[in-house]
Write a new protein. Structure first.
Ligand code: AMP
Ligand code: ZN
Length: 474
């Protein structure tokens, strides 16, 4: 199997550090708002990478953090007049709901920055002891960038060409830096900000040190894959390397660096001020979450992906084509009265196996999900033209299993069980509806009522509160 490594700018043969185990870390979102559809791209893609490794027999230790202390979180908290943890906890919970809708498996661990402060203080102390960091007069601790000889090796930048002024480099106390390239490891608190005690001042960690510390704690000094969106290559990942390799004395911090390209809207960069900003929640009001997942995987992860109504329509058509085939084959299998695979069917099954092989071949070539979807379409076409009259149940069952096997690797749900909602599930939706009404979010309240109605649950607003019953009483 080959993966493209941002470090070498080449596809490289993939070999894990520890046989049979993949250790991967993917930078997660800063939680001050609902996640947007750009954030969903790395989440869906790397979830698929994890699923594929598991499919190929690896054990995967997948770590993805939540950045829950940050200027934007503090700003949102001040605007609402609440503690920053109220904001971060709220949006972690909302993010997990979106992940569940998109069939993104929970990571092995989702560490939160605020719960790992001691580790950050330890690593910063080590960096100071080794001469890679220093405390400025106001208590800020800076990383001494030029001391790390390999600085720039991931982003292929020459340190002498670098200028300060990148987003994470500019901070308070700029004038106290020894060199404009030095970046912050620890910064003093400002009035009204959350802070922790440290040997340098009451303050909080810089963003880059979080990921160095959390990845080391859960994955060790070296990991197999470090991932994230391509905007993180510089300075975030470059700084993570500088911190981790200097602190541990161990190289490489990560063996393979994988970065997804950006998602744009109608060929423009998504931005709030341009009015083309969509949360996952916005999009899921209009589309099935599986359509959004299908859409994200329909391009190779290193190619930019354009979000438009037309491309979403294509995704919906493509996804529906697979679901129709899945429903058709399930229906025929239930109705089939013959058992035992015939010799002719045996041959057809052998032919169908080819689609698994091509699926694996393209996924082995740097996780080409676009071509993997094409292989699934080939299988769908094959199934549609080979569900012959009088086919045996076993034969149909094997085709069905193959379709499920491949769509499961992509995390696409195409076989839907007709599920009954549990009583507690119904009650929590009713609670959410009550809250939405209190918040005067009537659109959401009506949406929940409609969802429940579709599932055969009838609500009755009485003076003692909301009563409910199942329409199809059994
Ligand atoms: P952030 O919360 O901005 O740190 O982003 C969390 C993750 O989403 C990072 O891996 C980013 O690189 C990624 N990301 C943010 N915006 C986009 C976008 N428009 N397209 C693809 N990935 C994105
Ligand atoms: Zn990170």
């Amino acid at each position: 199997m080959k993966v493209y490594n941002t470090m070498s700018k080449q596809k490289e043969e993939f070999e894990t550090i520890e046989p049979g185990v993949v250790r991967m870390y993917v930078c997660g979102p800063t939680v001050y708002n609902l996640i947007h559809i750009g954030n969903a791209r790395p989440m869906i893609f790397f979830d698929t990478v994890r699923r594929y490794f598991e499919y190929r027999g690896y054990k995967v230790n997948y770590v993805s953090n939540f950045t829950d202390v940050d200027d934007k979180i503090i700003k949102a908290a001040n605007e609402e007049g609440v503690d920053p943890s109220v904001i971060s906890e709220r949006y972690i919970a909302e993010c997990k709901k979106d992940m569940a809708s998109l069939n993104i498996l929970p990571a092995t661990v989702h560490p939160k920055a605020t719960e790992e402060i001691d580790g950050m203080i330890d690593m910063i102390s080590t960096l100071i002891d080794k001469g890679f960091a220093y405390r400025a007069e106001d208590g800020t601790v800076y990383y001494r960038t030029r001391k790390f000889r390999d600085y720039g090796k991931l982003s292929h930048k020459d340190i002498d060409d670098l200028r300060s002024g990148e987003r994470a480099l500019l901070v308070t106390g700029e004038d106290q830096k020894e060199d404009p390239l030095d970046f912050v490891l620890w910064k003093p608190k400002k009035e009204g900000e959350p802070y922790w005690e440290s040997p340098w001042c009451q303050g909080r960690p810089g963003w880059h040190i979080e990921c160095s510390v959390m990845s080391r704690k859960y994955l060790g000094d070296s990991m197999d894959i470090h991932g994230g969106g391509e905007d993180l290559v510089f300075p975030h990942h470059e700084n993570e390397i500088a911190q981790s390799e200097a602190a541990t004395g161990n190289e490489p911090f990560a063996k393979y660096w994988m970065h997804n390209a950006f998602l744009n809207i109608d060929s423009h960069k998504m931005s709030k001020s341009a009015g083309n900003f969509f949360t996952v929640r916005d999009i899921l009001k209009k589309y099935d979450p599986q359509v959004l997942r299908f859409f994200m995987l329909s391009a190779h992860y290193r190619n930019p992906l354009n979000f438009s109504a037309e491309l979403m329509q294509n995704a919906e058509n493509g996804y529906t084509r697979i679901v129709n085939c899945a429903e058709d084959i399930s229906f025929r299998m239930e109705k089939a009265d013959k058992t035992g695979v015939t010799p002719d069917e045996e041959k057809l099954l052998e032919e169908a196996g080819r689609f698994r092989e091509s699926f694996i071949e393209v996924m082995d070539d740097d996780l080409n999900t676009a071509d993997a979807i094409a292989a699934v379409f080939d299988l769908v076409r094959f199934i549609n033209s080979n569900m012959h009259e009088g086919a045996s149940a076993e034969y149909l069952g094997k085709l069905k299993d193959l379709l499920k096997e491949l769509t499961d690797v992509l995390g696409l749900i195409v076989f839907r069980e007709k599920e009954e909602l549990s009583d507690s599930g119904i009650e929590s939706l009713i609670e959410e509806r009550q809250q939405a009404r209190k918040d005067k979010n009537f659109a959401r309240a009506d949406e929940i009522r409609d969802t429940l109605k579709e599932m055969g649950i009838i609500l009755e607003d009485t003076k003692d509160g909301v009563k409910w019953k199942r329409a199809r009483a059994t």
